[in-house]
Design a protein around this ligand. Sequence first.
Ligand SMILES: Nc1nc2c(ncn2[C@@H]2O[C@H](COP(=O)(O)OP(=O)(O)OP(=O)(O)O)[C@@H](O)[C@H]2O)c(=O)[nH]1
Ligand SMILES: [Mg+2]
Length: 654
Amino acid sequence: MQSRDLAARFEAYSDWRRRLSARISDLHEWLSQQDLADAQADLAIQQLLERLHQDKLVVAFVAEFSRGKSELINAVFFADFGQRLLPSAAGRTTMCPTELLYDSTRPPSIRLLPIETRSRDATVSEFKNYADEWVTLPLDLSSADKMSEVLSQVSHTKRVPVALARKYGLYDDGDPLAVDTAADGGAIDIPCWRHAIINFPHPLLQQGLVILDTPGLNAIGTEPELTLNLLPNAHAVLFILAADAGVTKTDIEVWQNHLVGENPATREGRIVILNKIDGLWDDLRTGAEVDAEIARQVRSTAQLLAIPPAQVFPVSAQKALLAKVNGDDALLAKSRMPQLELALSKELIPAKRHIVGAATRGEIGALAASVRTILDSRTAGIHEQLGELCGLRGKNQDVVEHMMLRIQQEKELFERGMQRYTALRTVFTQHTNALYECVGLETLRATARDTRRRIEVSPFTRGVRLAMNDFFGRINSSLEQAAGQTGEIHDMMRAMYARFAKEHGLEPFVPPSFSMLKYQKEVERLERAYNVHFNTLWNMVSRAKFALMKRFFETIAIRVKHVYDIANRDLESWLKSVMAPLETQVREHHLQLRRRLDSVKRIHRASDELEERIAELEQAQAAVQDQAEALARELVAIHAVIDQPETLPLAANA
Ligand SMILES: Nc1nc2c(ncn2[C@@H]2O[C@H](COP(=O)(O)OP(=O)(O)OP(=O)(O)O)[C@@H](O)[C@H]2O)c(=O)[nH]1
Ligand SMILES: [Mg+2]
């Protein structure tokens, strides 16, 4: 049963995530019991668990209309329902981008964003935050018929005057076809909805799979949310062609503009599907002849798209759906769907697991290192005290008194050194404020406001282009400045750690550095996408271009805000990871000095306390040693889960 491979592998992956989370929770519980989890550790673990829990795998289906995207989704994911769930029919069917996912906090439903929202500035991502902007229809899971009836909403259209379509940026003055329809009383059909989210408790969706179905050609270009956000962030994009249509000019356009336009390297992760091979089946030809014809089409498709033929999968979505519904294994094999599902599961899931595993390993490693630093400094402190106290055996009161004074002095010296530490904190806060100033949302908002105004008042391309270029210029320079600030903070803290280590014998520690490159790259990517799409948009909708341009800009602004949000969050944890060890070290060192002084004072008062105190310290030493060993065991358990080979249910291996 190879057709279950994708589902089985995905289940195995979710199971692995659950086991990993359980081990990490164990570690957390142990750290809390041992009083070894500070606020920073709590936060780091909580974020890590949240990320593992919410981990999503996004698979997008992109193609010119009627290539069979919706049918493929039905065949791969929803055949269990015994019927076609997503509407799939000749002509344009899916009229708006449709996300299929499961969010357990909501009842099963389809949420629809009215097309009228296109006349406003906000983007689809923003509207997602406001439930009242959406029309929500419940899904009745007990009836497949009722469900597909409700889901047919994604193909609904309505007739509106051309002027209105133009206002929504949905009317192309340059399109001869559009002019024809416009002749029909000046009205044209437009989609009822701008975006749809289907919330559906399918096992794969419950485990974090998100499927993105897109409408054919023009809609992709006119909804910036797709071009700038959903498609670039998908883990896999499947591009569908149809064997009966061949590779048409518009197919090539979709491929170039939305799949490889920005960067030829991204061709790697793309899977191309040559659908509808059942059209080539022919009773008058032998199986070998049909195979040869399919192979020929695969080769020519690969050549046209400049990808290796192994990346092109010939299938029949329709026959695969039929075969699955009827349990017809021979037809399923003939549809060649199992090969596609195998490739999908092999390419997608292990790669995803590898990334998640490496990230988890890194974060757990950092956490363990900070706990070890505490344990090491405790061991060193106990060791030192033991040395001192053992040296007092058989000595008279004078020696004890002398030692007491020495520790007293050491403690005072350290407390004076603390003033420097306080001063450092002040400078640190100043630097931090300057840093947040560079990547602050307020600054971004002001920059965006300014750009928006300039776009509104620019009647010509040049003005809009200049405004957009300035926008990117300002964003780039603030990221550059932020990079400078993080560099300064890092240098300052490194010097401070070195100084404390030298003067007070604290553990040597090199704070981690911070790189802004990730965010700069993301903004560069947006800028490239903007350059690629600018001319297309500008030429496409001549009269509605300003509305479209503004919407395009809003999407870019939202993406940049998203980059800023992540940068702010990352910076916050970095700043903590740079400062927290020093705080902990200083606190621990101070505590140890006080303890040493206390024990010597006790011994000074009553000399029979010496042996008792030594025994206490030896116990404490053994306890810290136990903690270190227990920590190592917890880490081994976590790494064992990360490194576990993929365990597939038997059915999937068969
Ligand atoms: N013969 C054959 N027809 C197919 C196959 N897959 C899909 N079709 C048909 O092709 C037509 C279009 O399929 P859809 O799934 O609606 O295509 P789509 O790409 O989602 O199209 P839009 O939603 O309009 O963008 C429908 O009539 C399907 O039944 C296939 O493998 N073989
Ligand atoms: Mg469709």
